[in-house]
Design a binder for this molecule. Structure first.
Ligand code: FAD
Length: 258
């Protein structure tokens, strides 16, 4: 049994632009010259979407893409940020983390490891830091997890006997695993694929990279925020980090919930 203490966040997808079609649109609408100073596709798309609203391609205000997007943030014109999205794979996280994550509905899409199809008899488990750092509590936690894992293995094999009449092997295993998983704890490690647009990601960061959020989701949210600041500084650069007493980070901004 492997015990995990830190989540891993992989940025696996980002937006791209079709510059030829953007040029064709501009030419069709007699925009002689419009260019933006960002090389980030998501930032370019959000600016393009915003400029469509007023057809404000000619004579842009000074400050380039950064100033343009900051103005959108400051006036709360957040719908424009829905035009760009990023995809992440998050691993080394618990089922309690994903239960909280999937409460974020607007602008998010999810695909998560199935406990009906995947054998959890060799699952890893995520231990909260405050338990891991106390020797006595750690032993209580470890022995509870070991006990549960043993029960799961026994239940799967017992249930495979119960469903022995089911000819399809995949279905037989699914029937056994879906019932046996009822004993698995919140600490069971899982993997989730998440796609979200920039507006939804900002809302998620504000709620979850926050001192009121649970520690594990705060760790993930602050990591995603850092990644996104590298990816699209003009959309996420306003967040400032503050270290909390437990060593995790909270993200602050003056442009809350755009
Ligand atoms: C510190 C903390 C503690 C929490 N504790 C609990 C708890 O004890 N119990 C619990 O059940 N949950 C709890 N939650 C979860 C919380 O209630 C939300 O479900 C979660 O944070 C997702 O937020 P959201 O609904 O704003 O996000 P999303 O679902 O992504 O929605 C984003 C925004 O879209 C709008 N929106 C979305 N859906 C609708 C709709 N149907 N109608 C109108 N507007 C909509 C709202 O403006 C919303 O803020 C907690 C969250 C936090 C951060």
């Amino acid at each position: 049994m492997r015990i995990i203490r830190e989540p891993t966040v992989y940025l696996v997808g980002r937006q791209s632009t079709n510059n030829a079609e953007i040029e064709r649109f501009l030419a069709d609408h007699r925009v002689v010259a419009w260019e933006t100073d960002t090389s980030v596709a998501g930032e370019k798309l959000c600016e393009l979407a915003g400029r469509i609203c007023y057809m404000s391609f000619a004579k842009p205000r000074p400050g380039g893409n950064a100033a343009y997007l900051e103005r959108l943030l400051s006036v709360g014109h957040g719908s424009v940020l829905e035009h760009t999205a990023w995809s992440f794979i998050i691993t080394g996280v618990s089922r309690s983390f994903t239960h909280e994550l999937v409460r974020h509905r607007a602008g998010f899409g999810y695909s998560q490891l199935s406990q009906r199809y995947v054998d959890e008899s060799v699952a890893d488990f995520v231990e909260p830091d405050c338990i891991a750092e106390d020797g006595e509590l750690h032993e209580i936690w470890r022995s509870a997890i070991e006990h549960v894992q043993e029960a799961y293995v026994k239940l799967v094999s017992g249930l495979e006997r119960t469903f022995t009449g089911v000819e399809d092997q995949t279905l037989r295993r699914k029937l056994a695993r879906q019932a046996a998983r009822s004993v698995l704890p919140n600490a069971t490690e899982t993997k989730i694929f998440v796609t979200a647009n920039a507006r939804a990601l900002r809302h998620f960061i504000e709620l979850r990279a926050n001192e009121h959020a649970e520690t594990e989701i705060r760790k993930v949210a602050s990591r995603m925020c850092r990644i996104l600041q590298q990816e699209a500084p003009n959309i996420f650069g306003d967040y400032r980090f503050e270290e909390l007493p437990d060593g995790t980070l909270a993200a602050r901004t003056e442009y809350r919930k755009v």
